[in-house]
Ligand binder design. Sequence first.
Ligand SMILES: Cc1cc2nc3c(=O)[nH]c(=O)nc-3n(C[C@H](O)[C@H](O)[C@H](O)COP(=O)(O)OP(=O)(O)OC[C@H]3O[C@@H](n4cnc5c(N)ncnc54)[C@H](O)[C@@H]3O)c2cc1C
Length: 453
Amino acid sequence: MAVHDARTFDAIVVGGGLAGLAATQRLAASGLSVALVEKRDRLGGSSALSGGWFALSGTAVQHRAGVADAADIFLADMVATGGGFADTSLLDALVARQEHAIAAIDRADAWTEELKVSAGMTIARAHLIRIRRLLAHLEREALAAGAVILPGRPADELVTDGGRVAGIRSGRAVFGVDAGVVLTTGGFSRSRALLDLFVPDQAAAMPYGGVGNTGDGLRMAWMLGAGLADVGHVAGTYGQHPDATDDEHELLTANYLGAILVNARGERFTDESESYKVLGTAVMSQPDGMAFQVFDSVVRARSRPGVPLSDMERIEALGHLVDAPTLSELGRKVGMPPGALERTVERYNDSVAGREADPFGRTGLVNGVGGLEPVETGPFYAYPAVTAMTSTYGGLSVATDTSVQRIDGSRIEHLFAAGEVVGGFHGASYMTGTALTKALVFGIEAADRIAAA
Ligand SMILES: Cc1cc2nc3c(=O)[nH]c(=O)nc-3n(C[C@H](O)[C@H](O)[C@H](O)COP(=O)(O)OP(=O)(O)OC[C@H]3O[C@@H](n4cnc5c(N)ncnc54)[C@H](O)[C@@H]3O)c2cc1C
């Protein structure tokens, strides 16, 4: 490689979330000169905000828990979750390369023993990883290997030279590259304009995710003729308190622990074991676009303090969990019509006891897995929650080597993309943990492809 001046590098990575840090670390460790530009004054993006759940198969954590998972079951679950719309070559590549993600988590010593079945899974495959520790470790490793990290430095435009990407422009500065630019700018959950363009039916979802995630990478590559995939399937996630603040999420999925979802009229309206993306769309069509997660003390005792999506202590400490000794008192406290909640729970308990079929087809806690129990042991609880646009799993069309493809399938030379800016991976719906796994696996892959060129 040539010797570079301060503004020319072998590679530039745009966006400092998990995909960007993984790519930067790997590029620097391969001996390439690399700069990471980040729009905000701090790194992290949605990755730092996330629950930290990673979908992985065949891990030591699963082994210790006696869970017999395998790459082919993982793949089959992802294909089924995508409803036939996901690009199976990308899913194959993820499964084949998950060892890279496992190795990075090992190096950061970021594992926990938390393992669960979550949306889209037929087996316990969601691993809770100490995500902030992983991000910090990747950053430290990248810096130690000589990477240049530039917060507060947004990329505005891709610079081209004879059809290949030759750098980026940031304000008045131009950074040149010899080998490639990696777009890791995250999704567009904070862009009202792009959400309105691709999924106007999701307009009621609360904008969320990393504050810098306004679809910049998508627009920059789009300007060069990049193709798009899955954008029509973007959907919000159900389970966020309406008063959640920007840099802390407040997601709870007590329904996967046994809660039922009840609208403001006191009625159930859906199979609560469905993916929280499917539930997100169902909840938006309910009165006030919200639904309560209603449960009893048996489900309350299943709370996992410190475990994202299952941490009721945190919700309670924030004053957002309503409780009452009886169902009628609970219904009254949250403003439901008198008697409605009792009737709904009685009917649900009848179907749990097998006296009638569940009108919404619920047969398990999550994705059909896990036994149901009646809602009957007080005190009773209600968590009011809305649909939040936490992430947008549609975006740039890429090949399995992460090179960005034009709308005709040809490659844009020297342009790579990884993480949430990429489409084609999830298809119609989303398996918990695949977004972080995808960001880590394909961030590393983009670096390896550039280093191998
Ligand atoms: C509340 C919440 C919980 C979640 N929980 C999970 C979970 O448990 N498991 C899971 O798999 N997924 C989860 N997700 C989704 C997951 O976090 C994201 O899909 C993933 O972190 C995306 O990683 P990324 O590196 O692609 O993007 P990000 O981590 O979002 O990073 C993108 C970065 O690019 C920067 N950027 C944007 N534009 C520019 C520009 N022009 N120039 C320079 N920098 C730019 C942004 O500021 C940001 O720092 C969750 C998301 C949210 C919001």
